[in-house]
Ligand binder design. Structure first.
Ligand SMILES: [Zn+2]
Ligand SMILES: [Zn+2]
Length: 291
């Protein structure tokens, strides 16, 4: 949308580095694999160099200005009701749909009326854009994940073939391999960056950012506690601390005990994953003989 260009673009192109703050809800939480997949699609679609998604720690969402802004939309919802039969009744006496087209027209009418109500008032001085969408759109249907280019496990290099359409298991493997090569997954964050393989990722548009993050493998460093027990800003960490001496990703996360942390680390390669399911995916792909 043109109205958002000022935020998303610079010199008429999409900015190469994005920082998204979300709350921990299931539709945007970066720990759910479906959400991770969508964020990877967004990353590829926009040819980003770096995308970091950060959530508030539990209980902190109330301080998120976006959540506070959304609250005014929910409040409006609680104060109105729409007629369901503007163009005629599409339901029988049991409440079953007997005329689908009529039902969709009625639904559209209510949806458009809701948009009008929602966009009537500004929130925090900013205009609200709201559009009724008739059908689910598939903005990422043209995004393709390259097979395991740059992946350093034997199976990927020797045996991997282009997945056939509809072969869910292969498609998932390609996707998981891509995620492992490009993403750093933590309990409250997801970071995605381009890899160094030219056949896989296009040249970086902001190479100076990649240079800054080189000591930590191209990712922002872990969120760690400083000497005063406060968590440090990752940019401060990358600029002033020795990357070789840093704590591991999520090692300082208060809700992960040392025992749990040990369970979430791959015994073979010491890679950490925020969930057991992800660790299993990793073992399955990276160490196939250990199945
Ligand atoms: Zn790549
Ligand atoms: Zn491993």
């Amino acid at each position: 949308m043109k109205e958002y260009e000022e935020v998303f673009k610079i010199n008429n192109t999409v900015k190469p580095v994005w920082v998204l703050f979300t709350d921990g809800g299931p539709d945007e939480n970066p720990r759910f694999i479906n959400n991770i997949y969508q964020y990877c699609c967004l990353f590829k679609k926009l040819d980003l160099d770096y995308l970091t998604i950060r959530t508030n720690a539990p209980g902190q969402s109330a301080f998120n200005p976006v959540e506070r802004a959304m609250a005014s939309l929910s409040k409006k919802l609680g104060e109105i009701s729409f007629s369901i039969d503007t163009f005629g009744n599409h339901l029988d006496s049991q409440g079953k749909i007997i005329n689908k087209d009529l039902g969709l027209r009625n639904f559209r009418h209510a949806g458009e009326a809701l948009c009008n109500i929602w966009q009537r008032d500004k929130i925090f001085g900013k205009p609200v854009y709201c559009e009724y969408v008739d059908e689910e759109s598939m903005p990422f249907s043209d995004v393709v994940f390259e097979t395991n280019l740059g992946c350093n496990n034997e199976k990927a290099n020797d045996e991997y073939e282009e997945p056939e359409v509809g072969n869910v298991e292969d498609t998932e493997q390609v996707l998981w391999a891509w995620i492992e090569n490009h993403a750093k997954m933590c309990k409250y964050s997801l970071d995605i960056r381009k890899c160094e393989v030219p056949e896989c990722c296009s040249p970086k548009r902001a190479p100076e950012v990649a240079t800054l993050l080189e000591p930590t493998n191209g990712f922002l460093p872990p969120v760690i506690k400083g000497k005063d027990n406060h968590f440090l800003n990752p940019i401060h960490t990358v600029e002033y601390l020795d990357s070789a001496k840093l704590a591991k990703y999520d090692e300082h996360c208060p809700s992960i005990s040392a025992e749990l942390y040990a369970c979430l680390v791959c015994k073979k390669c010491k890679k950490y994953f925020p969930t057991c399911a992800f660790l299993l995916n990793h073992k399955h792909l990276a160490h196939p003989k250990s199945k």
